[in-house]
Design a protein around this ligand. Sequence first.
Ligand code: NI
Ligand code: MN
Length: 228
Amino acid sequence: MIDITYYGHACFNANINGVNLLFDPFISPNPLAKNINIDSIEADYILITHGHEDHIADLETIAKKTNAKIISNFEITSWVTKKFNIDNCHPMNHGGNWEFDFGKVKYVNAVHSSVLPDGTYGGNPGGFVITSNCGNFYYAGDTALHMDMKLIPLDLNIDFALLPIGDNFTMGINDAVHAAKFVETNKVIGLHYDTFGFIEIDHNQAMNTFNKNNLQLHLLDVGKKIEI
Ligand code: NI
Ligand code: MN
């Protein structure tokens, strides 16, 4: 089992055997996450899917406070080193795996865009597949539904997936149902919804759509922790 704590938008922490993985930190600019104190956030690793502000706003602050290792694509880790003077980075690119102390990370495709806040090219956007002895999961990042998701369960079982469901900038509810089926999991944690007007969703409709497809959807309150 893995402990997941939701910090709003697409940001959450996965605690694997006591190692904290923080994904796409965007907390201090998010009014829905105003009760989260970013100084209290623990991170051993910070994983970044792409360069957009709503995924990296608190990266510098949290990375400098925690000395966490930053895992992202080569373009983003290079930018982080130059811009923030942070060397503790692990660069990856699509299709690549690396074994860390908590388990294995694979950087996989996402269909989206990825420019950094100062206009620097952010490489191609991605998602992460995490394999560990506590469970395996897929964090899709910002993405459309795409056929490459079908490659993910070829060699492993995905226990749960974190998928964007807010529509407009990413997949919406219906495509997230297809995505869950593509990666062959029945447990989904929704991300990237309600933060701003373009991505507000009807929670009942989302829950019903997943239920009808025999899938379990978690729409976590900000700050909420679950074991999954
Ligand atoms: Ni984005
Ligand atoms: Mn986004």
